[in-house]
Ligand binder design. Structure first.
Ligand SMILES: NC(=O)c1ccc[n+]([C@@H]2O[C@H](COP(=O)([O-])OP(=O)(O)OC[C@H]3O[C@@H](n4cnc5c(N)ncnc54)[C@H](OP(=O)(O)O)[C@@H]3O)[C@@H](O)[C@H]2O)c1
Length: 183
């Protein structure tokens, strides 16, 4: 398909209401969160760089404890030291390559066995590739990191998150957050 006809094909698929909402959002001031999160646990994937790194720091600066799911142990250790020293909160990590189904399952199962409730779950890890790449499992890589990993983690954590909502539990309404397009 030629570039021009592709553009019109996708353009026609956009909803005007979404385009208008996007323009409105782009023009409005960002909402600033002034809440504090002492004794709260934030689980975040891909906290070693970019948006995940700054999000992790932001939550830590508001008193939250962190559990980061990262692929690089050295960067994770450096992040742990930085956050614990600067903000005086706990910053644990688990290492997992979220492009591998076995790693996704293992790390999600580890997290599901945590004693402490999860207050915020952020699926941030993501990649952008311009060429198709397959994982060792033979799956398309962007699909696995961007979508399948969040889906599997949510599935595996569902029981734990639901149990937290029972009366008497310390955490009220945990919501998975997906910062990525389509999430
Ligand atoms: N930046 C943008 O303009 C933009 C726009 C729309 C959506 N997003 C989405 O927002 C999210 C963050 O973007 P970003 O710009 O902050 O990206 P980034 O700087 O490249 O950071 C991505 C994070 O994900 C981790 N990661 C990548 N592949 C992984 C894997 N297989 N297993 C575990 N962790 C993995 C990276 O780890 P390493 O540190 O080890 O590389 C890093 O911590 C992504 O999901 C992206 O698609 C970004």
């Amino acid at each position: 398909m030629r570039k021009k006809s592709k553009f019109f094909k996708y353009f026609r698929e956009y909803e005007w209401s979404n385009i208008l909402a996007m323009i409105r959002n782009g023009r409005s001031d960002p909402k600033i969160c002034r809440e504090d999160f002492p004794d709260k646990l934030v689980v975040i994937t891909g906290a070693t760089s970019g948006i995940g790194y700054h999000t992790a720091r932001k939550y830590a600066s508001h008193g939250a404890g962190l559990l980061c799911v990262n692929r690089n142990p050295e960067k994770s250790e450096a992040l742990r030291r930085e956050i614990e020293t600067e903000f005086g909160v706990r910053c644990d990590f688990r290492t997992a390559d979220l492009s591998l189904v076995g790693d996704i399952r293992r790390v999600a199962e580890e997290i599901s066995r945590l004693d402490s409730p999860i207050d915020v779950l952020i699926h941030n890890a993501g990649i952008y590739l311009t060429k198709k790449a397959l994982t060792a499992d033979g799956l398309e890589k962007v699909f696995v990191v961007q979508y399948l990993s969040s889906f599997m983690m949510n599935r595996i954590l569902t029981e734990k998150l639901k149990a937290q909502k029972k009366p008497g539990s310390s955490s009220s309404d945990p919501k998975p957050i997906d910062s990525r397009p389509g999430g």
